[in-house]
Design a protein around this ligand. Structure first.
Ligand code: FAD
Length: 498
């Protein structure tokens, strides 16, 4: 059915991962061989591609090589890949991915152990946020019915679809006395992230429920440079070589109870590291740096992550600590996700803590599901939004809960000594009965089982497993599984959710 004229204009607020992917789906929809919608995407920051192109050192995607070196990477898994495949971009993304087949755990003695994520061949992938956004935005520009407006910051939105944008600088700050743009949209899609203005507008004077909960940890990024042989490894397409860390095709984790360092590989043979630590630890470190100088950061790394320190370098660790701000971690829940002509998507609807590596994947799946609702409702916007929100809101809560559960696991001072044995039992059950028993991690990362269903099923399975473990425990006590005990005793302590 044709979309009524006054609903044909869709305003997408935010050209991040959720906004760009949703705009691509919406922009490609057709009615009677013509575009179903006119899509306008407004982004408060400047066009990062233009800025980085100016540096003159760009890769195949037009992203500055310097920035690629310092790029922030994300773990892409099944749900995100499904959306990329549907919009026909997975093949373009694939050459830029670094597969990660499991966790590489660095224990306190410096020893490494490998925990596969799933069955042989199952893996998640490290992908550059900049590359992905560049690819999506460049695809958007090819559509005649889509217009991108950078340096436009949403000021106001109303349930009747009225939106007002003000001119903003490349960092998204208001330009004093800048131009104002006013539109009346058939749909305002709030893809403006965890601190969404569309959401703030929805909450004003309405019965929309909202909660925002910061956890007691923050994060900071560090960077491991490529190995000396990186250029030649890249030239001869040797995917394993050129990295400074062994086992580059894994997600490296240094679990240290209350804090943890992780490292994800990049195609240029660098690693992006993220330190997660309690806010109190960052405050203590900040004070120590003020009092004693940057050596305090070096001392912290030497005490906790000596092997990572050797790779990052003492000078770099101190300068990167000073340069990179500590980011906060928040869970946002909204109920409902829509009001009048406003609808939230991605982090604006469900910001989650990153301990399952699912925020972007969930945002991409949102875009895919919104498109599926439009198909189901024959393009009727109101009916599609209703269908989308009814199906998708529980899944948003599901992944928020699953991510927080992993955070709790990280915090628990001693991961169960039976953790590794449990995972092995789960792996065995999955191999014997692949549809009957699917481990929690596999349901989230290697399937499209709705997140809330995955959570309920994981809880049921784990309850059953703990009964089985009690039986195994009795057998262990009888000395029947001595080898299992030794394995469990040697298991690395701390977090293994990611
Ligand atoms: P954003 O990426 O925040 O984009 C919002 C966009 O809206 C931005 O471009 C912003 O400039 C723009 N905007 C904001 N306000 C306005 C306004 N008023 N007007 C106009 N434009 C505006 N996810 C994964 O899937 N895998 C991972 O491994 C992973 N790791 C993570 C690690 C960390 C440390 C963190 C913090 C997150 C991680 N995530 C991961 C989550 C992922 O980054 C987010 O879920 C994802 O970026 C959400 O995309 P979004 O488009 O909804 O929001």
């Amino acid at each position: 059915a044709a979309v009524p004229d006054d609903r044909r204009l869709i305003v997408v607020v935010g050209a991040g991962l959720a906004g760009a992917m949703s705009a691509l789906y919406l922009g490609r929809r057709q009615t009677d061989g013509k575009p179903a919608f006119q899509v306008h995407v407004f982004e408060k920051r400047g066009d990062f591609r233009a800025r980085e192109l100016a540096t003159d050192k760009t890769d195949a995607y037009g992203v500055a090589t310097d920035s690629v070196k310092r790029s922030i990477n994300l773990a892409l898994s099944c749900r995100g890949e499904a959306a990329l495949a549907e919009v026909g971009l997975l093949d373009a993304v694939k050459p830029t991915l670094v597969p990660m087949h499991g966790r590489v755990i660095h224990d306190e003695s410096g020893a490494l152990s490998f925990q596969p994520y799933g069955k042989p061949g199952e893996h998640i992938s490290s992908v550059s946020r900049e590359r992905l956004t560049t690819l999506l935005v460049t695809e958007l520009e090819k559509l005649p019915n889509v217009r991108l407006h950078f340096n436009h910051k949403l000021e106001t939105a109303r349930p009747d679809g009225t939106v007002v944008f003000v001119e903003s600088d490349d960092d998204g700050r208001d330009v004093k006395g800048g131009a104002t743009t006013r539109l009346h949209a058939g749909l305002v899609l709030g893809a403006d992230g965890a601190f969404s203005r569309v959401r703030a507008a929805m909450l004003r004077g309405s019965r929309v429920n909202f909660s925002r909960r910061f956890i007691d940890h923050s994060y900071k990024e560090f960077h491991i440079a490529p190995g000396a042989d990186a250029a030649s490894a890249i030239a001869r397409r040797d995917d394993e070589a050129g990295y400074r860390l062994e086992q580059p095709h894994g997600l490296h984790i240094w679990p240290r109870h209350e804090f943890m360092l992780i490292a994800l590989p990049n195609p240029d043979r660098t690693f992006t590291c993220t330190l997660f630590a309690p806010n109190a630890t960052f405050e203590e470190l900040d004070s120590a740096v003020k009092a004693d100088g940057p050596g305090a950061v070096v001392a912290f790394f030497r005490a906790n992550f000596p092997d990572a320190l050797a790779l990052i370098g003492e000078e770099n660790v101190a300068s990167q600590y000073a340069e990179n701000p500590a980011g906060s971690l928040v869970t946002v829940r909204v109920d409902p996700w829509n009001r009048g002509r406003m609808l939230l998507i991605g982090d604006a609807a469900h910001a989650i803590v990153p301990f399952f590596g699912q925020g972007m994947n969930a945002a991409f799946e949102d875009a895919l599901e919104l498109n599926a609702s439009l198909d189901l409702c024959n393009g009727d916007l109101d009916a599609s939004i209703k269908d989308f929100v009814a199906k998708r809101m529980p899944t948003g809560n599901g992944i928020a809960d699953l991510s927080l559960e992993n955070y709790e696991e990280m915090r628990s001072h001693t991961a169960s000594p039976l953790f590794v044995v449990s995972k092995q039992i789960e792996g065995l059950l999955h191999a014997l009965a692949p549809t009957w028993w699917i481990p929690r991690y596999s349901m989230v990362s290697f399937s499209r089982i709705p997140y809330d269903e995955a959570k309920a099923r994981a809880h049921r399975q784990e309850a059953a497993l703990s009964v089985a473990e009690a039986v195994v425990g009795a057998a262990l006590a009888a000395g029947a599984l001595a080898a299992g005990v030794a394995l469990a005793r040697d298991a690395p302590s701390g977090f293994s959710g990611l």
